[in-house]
Unconditional design. Structure first.
Length: 362
């Protein structure tokens, strides 16, 4: 009996050892190769390199890389844009202001329009309404950088190196084809607030290296339009906003003669009509600087590129219309000079639905 129990114990231990060895072999084959049932019977070799662990369920493809995060698209914004286009079309047909709204599609206009052939987009540049950021968007869409944050600030304004082609660089047939088939957009802003921004940027803060605004342009305007000045004060005192307003509101012929001294019309305060010919070119979308938080994602969606790029983030207060600031800048300026200024820019007010600034005019 004793021998019988001893024999059973030995058999039990043997069975236990066999089970353990079988488990060990199975574990090693899964751990090394990641595939059950694959075993190697070759001799010793270099230690296998294990692939990094990925938490993906079996028989499921990995998740694609995340795309840029955009603000939620307002479903009503399509109707907002339609109303803007309808107003623009209606005002362009208004015979009482035809002399203000219609310009030829000249080389000057074609120079303002940037082309993205890869995604069939045309963008008309209207300075002082966030154009630097839209240029970054186009540079990313052209494939030069992965995101707008990667685009160097100095490259945006280096038009010989940033890869953004102008419509004027193409043949007449190529221009016509793009104007008739591409997605086209521009951004506008309250005209008087835009002029304040231009004045601050070019004659006040002057953040970029553009000394000629203060050095060359300001003295000419001061001598012509400041009611009383001493030659020695011309450069020392700097350009006043009142001088700037008088220059901009002067009759066209005298102002154009002055512009010739500067070499060309200065795009930072040329009207939207002169810049983009909105009555001759049928734009797909008109964005407003004041509603850029909703306009930017809508434009990207309408252009079919919302999954490829995002408009740079910005503080909301930057785009909000500031009536107090406008009143402060115009507080010391005569009603006559303000009315002359409005006469020049009234097409920009009419075409894009900006209310007449009666609080300044009356």
């Amino acid at each position: 009996m004793r021998h019988h129990w001893l024999l059973l114990g030995v058999c039990g231990w043997a069975l236990l050892i066999l089970v353990f060895v079988g488990k060990f072999i199975t574990f090693r084959s899964v751990d090394d190769y990641g595939d059950r049932g694959v075993q190697s019977w070759t001799g010793p070799g270099p230690n296998p390199v294990k692939a990094a662990a990925v938490d993906v369920p079996e028989n499921q493809n990995p998740k694609p890389p995340d795309r840029p995060t955009l603000p939620p698209l307002d479903p009503e914004w399509h109707s907002v844009n339609e109303k803007r286009i309808e107003l623009l079309t209606s005002m362009c047909r208004n015979s009482s202001i035809n002399n203000l709204t219609h310009v030829s599609i000249s080389k000057f206009v074609l120079d303002r329009i940037f082309v993205c052939d890869k995604h069939k987009i045309l963008f008309c540049q209207t300075p002082k309404v966030g154009n630097t950021q839209w240029k970054k968007v186009l540079i990313v869409l052209n494939g030069q950088f992965p995101t707008v944050d990667d685009v160097p600030e100095e490259l945006v304004h280096a038009h010989d190196r940033n890869g953004l082609h102008r419509l004027s660089s193409l043949t007449p047939q190529e221009i016509s084809h793009r104007l008739n088939t591409y997605f086209k957009f521009l951004i506008v802003r309250d005209p008087f607030e835009r002029l304040i921004s231009a004045f601050k940027d070019k004659f006040g803060q002057n953040p970029r290296d553009e000394p000629w605004y203060k050095r060359d342009i300001a003295p000419v305007i001061i001598r012509k339009y400041r009611k009383s000045h001493q030659d020695g004060e011309v450069t020392a005192s700097g350009l006043h906003f009142e001088d700037f307003v008088r220059y901009l509101g002067d009759v066209a012929l005298r102002r154009r003669r002055m512009d010739q001294q500067f070499g060309a019309p200065i795009i930072h305060w040329v009207t939207y009509t002169e810049l983009c010919a909105p009555c001759e070119i049928q734009y797909s979308v008109v964005g407003h600087h004041e509603t850029l938080e909703k306009d930017a994602p809508y434009i990207l969606h309408a252009a079919g590129v919302e999954g490829l790029v995002s408009y740079p983030s910005f503080p909301p207060d930057i785009t909000r219309y500031n009536r107090t600031k406008v009143e402060q800048y115009f507080s010391g300026i005569s009603k006559q000079d303000i009315r002359r200024l409005f006469a020049r820019y009234q097409s920009d007010f009419h075409l894009f639905g900006y209310p007449r600034p009666d609080f300044l005019l009356n």
